[in-house]
Design a protein around this ligand. Structure first.
Ligand code: GDP
Ligand code: GDP
Length: 455
């Protein structure tokens, strides 16, 4: 069986691998208790979304890979976002706003048994101003009579209401047909906000590290608007930014520019946005304010990107404020707090003055190349043969676990599967990772190694 990983690397299953592709995003929004999570589970066809649900505890995952009638898409589930009980109404609106910003199309769920509420109407206003295509699901229509009653929801002005029973599956197929249809139309208009060929970059970091300053510095005035859908006035969500003559797609720049820092729960929402941006990205530019102590929140953002298996560039901003003492402090931190990511490139710069911003391009290119890199099986195995001959695994209970064979199962990030005759010790796994990096590079990307024991 698969017995795990080298510490400091992370495991990304095949499902997450697929997220590197550009696919459309459908967000499921609506008041609490209308049945969003039940619907998401129904669509995913498994228990993934809500199983480990504990009241008051929010789920980690923001989006899931889904498929309907041959179309792959991402499903953003807001059902687990009910963390902030104070100011519940505005919290719901914030959640819906984030979900809608992130999505290409929306499924708006209402409760057919309860009917329309003020909160529903508030969400409707937000949906209208977003300009995104919306499909209305009237849930809890468990029988024929309830289906007829759903016609009341025509008055929302969002088109045909689809009566469904998320619980029993009734009507969900028709709803999905309609939602996928609207997604495909959105694709034709906006290309899922993701022009092909551009590498997708998430600019992340806790509030005030300088994300919007850096974005402004990099994009100056020649910023291109990606989601410029005629007739809408909403903020562009993603933007093309030219860095040293090369275009990148920066994800959720609307979220970077929208300053909600003073709102209660702002940290929670900014962490949701961060996660979602990372999921849609290929590379994460993780920003730190070098002039300040590195906080847990800083490290959490970094870990989110590493655990998601994205290419990484670490950016230490506000270098213009640093004196000798600060610089020494930073070097010490680099050896302690950043031990997990010593393979990442680090760029010290100042978003304010523009100092060293020209160094980003090289680091980003390098990280993405590593992320994409594939080592031929022959090369990999002759390398493993050499290092095993020079440094065999220590004896365990009189036996010598041996690596029989290894292969790179996937790229983006590189993932290796090692077949061995017995348990491979922690220390030896770390040694393997270091050797792999030394031999093949992989600067700027996490690599994943899983061990498969062949008795
Ligand atoms: P969320 O807060 O919007 O994610 O809602 P949940 O999915 O947690 O569902 C809220 C409640 O509504 C749960 O008790 C569900 O069992 C129930 N529910 C969900 N879908 C249906 C449905 O189609 N019919 C009925 N009768 N109840 C449902
Ligand atoms: P965000 O919340 O991460 O988007 O951070 P902002 O870009 O809004 O920056 C937060 C504050 O830090 C603002 O007052 C910026 O002017 C300041 N700032 C950003 N980058 C730099 C920098 O490189 N040097 C200095 N001295 N200040 C900076």
């Amino acid at each position: 069986g698969d017995e795990g990983l080298i510490e400091g690397t992370s495991f990304v299953d095949d499902e997450q691998q697929a997220q590197a592709k550009a696919v459309g995003v459908i967000a499921v929004v609506g008041r609490p208790n209308v049945g969003k999570s039940t619907l998401v589970n129904r669509i995913l066809g498994r228990r993934a979304a809500v199983v480990e649900d504990t009241p008051g505890v929010t789920r980690d995952r923001v989006s899931y890979d889904a498929e309907w009638a041959g179309t792959d898409f991402k499903l953003v589930d807001t059902g687990g976002w009910e963390a902030d009980v104070e100011g519940i109404d505005s919290a719901i609106a914030s959640q819906a706003q984030i979900a809608v910003d992130l999505a290409d199309a929306v499924i708006f769920v209402v409760d057919g048994q309860v009917g329309l509420t003020d909160t529903d109407e508030r969400i409707v206003r937000l949906l209208r101003s977003s300009g995104k295509p919306v499909t209305v699901a009237v849930n809890k229509a468990d029988d024929q009579n309830a289906e007829y009653a759903a016609s009341e929801f025509w008055k929302l002005g969002l088109g045909e209401p689809y009566p469904i029973s998320a619980m029993h599956g009734r009507g969900v197929g028709d709803l999905l047909d309609a939602a996928i249809d609207s997604l495909k139309k959105a694709e034709r208009t906006s290309g899922f906000l993701t022009p092909s060929g551009l590498r997708r970059v998430a600019l992340v970091g806790r509030p005030n590290v300088g994300k919007s300053s850096l974005l402004n510095k990099l994009s100056r005035s020649d910023r291109s608007v990606v989601s410029d859908i005629a007739g809408t006035t909403r903020d562009p969500v993603d933007e093309i930014v030219d860095i040293d003559g090369k275009d990148y797609l920066f994800i959720d720049t609307a979220g970077i520019k929208r300053r909600q820092h003073k709102l209660s729960g702002a940290e929670y929402y900014s962490s949701l946005r961060t996660q979602a941006a990372i999921e849609r990205s290929e590379l994460a530019l993780v920003l730190f304010d070098a002039s300040q102590p590195i906080s847990d929140q800083d490290l959490k953002v970094m870990s989110t990107a590493v655990d998601a298996g994205r290419a990484i560039v670490l950016v230490f901003n506000k270098w213009d404020l640093m004196d000798d003492f600060d610089r020494q402090r930073m070097e010490r931190l680099w050896k302690t707090e950043f031990e997990r990511v010593t393979w990442a490139q680090r760029v010290n710069l100042s978003a304010k003055t523009g100092w060293h911003t020209n160094r980003l391009s090289r680091a980003m290119t390098q990280a993405l190349e590593s992320w994409d890199k594939r080592i031929p099986t022959g090369k990999l195995n002759s390398f493993l043969g050499r290092i095993q001959a020079a440094h065999p695994h220590p004896l365990r209970g009189g036996k010598q676990p041996r690596i029989l064979f290894a292969t790179q199962a996937s790229t983006r990030p590189p993932r290796f599967v090692v077949f061995a005759t017995g348990f491979i010790e922690h220390g030896y796994r770390r040694f393997l990772e270091r050797q792999l990096r030394e031999e093949f590079g992989f600067e700027g990307t996490p690599i994943q190694i899983s061990v498969n024991i062949r008795e």
